[in-house]
Design a protein around this ligand. Structure first.
Ligand SMILES: Cc1cc2nc3c(=O)[nH]c(=O)nc-3n(C[C@H](O)[C@H](O)[C@H](O)COP(=O)(O)O)c2cc1C
Length: 190
């Protein structure tokens, strides 16, 4: 088991957040879910354009199957116990002049991280996913052409490892990171 350790002092929330797959299959109150999107709402963005959009489906609703069917089988094998599924979308243009917004994905990434940290604070899991059909998502969710489908999220209450298919149980632990010197340095690339 990796023991997450920070090389320099940071708030413990950054180490506490991780992406478990085992979830309990409980329903989540609308209020708790809205707190996650509320955290995302306060993220910074270029020109305060707030390009992030969160399309969601709660479990045991008719929208759930639409979102669930977007994912590859691997992700379906564990998200079947999630409380909510989210498709994260970003607007590619500025509201005020219609011109391309260079940082729409960057800004939306910041918003998703706010959501993930708020989930950790609330004792919930928010797990990002690339494993789904982007074209299908665009189509079935009526995503307009000036929006980009970025990622999906599975949100839920963390459950015991043995809720997972056998092959995923061994992988159910927090991961480590590259050394700080590999990701940040003075000046340009050498
Ligand atoms: C945009 C994005 C896409 C991801 N796609 C998947 C996915 O399709 N399936 C999956 O099981 N995990 C997926 N992950 C989870 C990553 O593997 C995980 O975040 C990474 O290994 C770091 O681990 P941690 O989040 O536990 O710190 C994704 C994460 C992100 C941010």
């Amino acid at each position: 088991m990796v023991q997450r350790k920070a090389a320099y002092p940071i708030d413990s929330i950054f180490l506490q957040r991780w992406s478990p797959r085992a979830m309990t299959g409980e329903e989540l109150s609308g209020e708790k879910l809205l707190s996650l999107f509320e955290a995302a709402r306060w993220a910074p963005s270029s020109y305060n354009n707030q390009p992030w959009r969160f399309l969601y489906a709660k479990r045991n609703t008719k929208e759930w199957d639409v979102f669930f069917d977007l994912m590859v089988e691997f992700n379906q094998s564990w998200t079947k116990n999630a409380s909510a599924l989210v498709v994260v979308v970003s607007k590619k243009t500025f509201d005020f002049n219609g011109k391309p917004a260079q940082t729409h994905s960057f800004d939306t990434g910041a918003a998703w991280m706010s959501l993930a940290l708020q989930a950790t604070k609330q004792g919930l899991v928010a797990h990002g996913m690339q494993g789904f059909d982007y074209d299908k998502a665009k189509k079935v969710l009526n995503v307009p052409d000036d929006y980009n489908v970025e990622a999906m999220l599975a949100i839920g209450k963390q459950g015991k490892k043995d809720l997972l298919p056998k092959e995923l149980q061994d992988k159910e632990e927090p991961s480590d990171r590259k050394k700080l010197s590999e990701i940040a340095w003075e000046g340009g690339f050498k």
